[in-house]
Design a protein around this ligand. Sequence first.
Ligand code: NDP
Length: 327
Amino acid sequence: MTTTARTVVIAQTGGPQVLHLMDRPVGDPGPGEVRIRHKACGLNYIDVYYRSGMYPLALPHGIGMEAAGVIEAVGDGVTHLKAGDRAAYASQPPGACTEARVMPAAQVCPLPDAIGFDEGAAMMLQGMTVEYLFHRTVPLKAGDTVLFHAAAGGVGLIACQWAKSEGITLIGTAGSDAKCQLALDHGAAHMINYASEDFPARVRELTGGRGVDVVMDSVGRDTFEGSLDCLRPLGMMITFGNASGPVPPVDLAGLARRGSLQITRPTLFTHIADHETCQAMAAHLCDKVASGAVKITIGQRFALADVAVAHRALEARQTTGSTILTL
Ligand code: NDP
């Protein structure tokens, strides 16, 4: 059976104006695949990187990395899902901003009844990112202190709550006092407005001069050097995004001078490449959300046809929490 689905496609890279809606055919799933009809799609900063050309893509190409919906059909060999199941996913390559698609089943995960489709669409990429940052990147334990940039964003508000639920002290940064308050309301222990305050100096003050155990930095170019100044000796720098631009080449000798610092540049897609690991990470996230320890805060909803407006808002730092595209 072949149907068509309204799908967001880019034929060239550039500003939000390159995003177009078109009808695309959707066929039957082959072996190891599922066809899923989406109820909502998530918007993430990585969509901006693909759209702008910072991350390469063979064009024309669909855009979007996550969605939630109902499984319509499964191909041979798919055992963890069946037609009629509620499901959600984050996956590469892009193409999730669509009404329906056929895709590999490995990264598609069951969505418990306790979690709505909107929350499912909003949480998979950002929530599994927080899962690996706090549990699979560096051994973190209750009592540790983390500096987390852009703490009022999509990944950020989940991180604030996750840290609190694990007994980890999260010092956050954000670009306005209102955003700082929002992150505090979501469990951040301290917030720094990095538009008006010297964040490394504030971090030293808040930690009694010691520095934090771990920095989680997705802002990139603008915060990278200052972030290194926030770490205690032997501390870990996790640089995981480039919202302000790519991080320049790293001066390795500088890591030694600052106290034998460690550094890593992880991506979610390495972690979820393995089916079992992906399903375990999703189940952990679903438990956190279903238990109420983490609430998925959807700050903005846009119709699929308004995807360009949504991209503009995200890039202009006008969004808070997660953003979804409704169908
Ligand atoms: P957010 O909702 O956090 O939006 C990005 C935020 O970054 C903005 O709201 C803004 O917050 C801050 N920011 C700082 N400088 C700039 C700038 N120059 N331009 C735009 N924004 C800026 O997005 P997401 O939650 O989707 O993603 C957060 C980050 O995490 C992104 O960098 C993303 O690429 C990264 N990421 C990485 C993953 C990985 O596995 N490596 C997976 C998922 C996300 P403020 O105004 O408070 O400064």
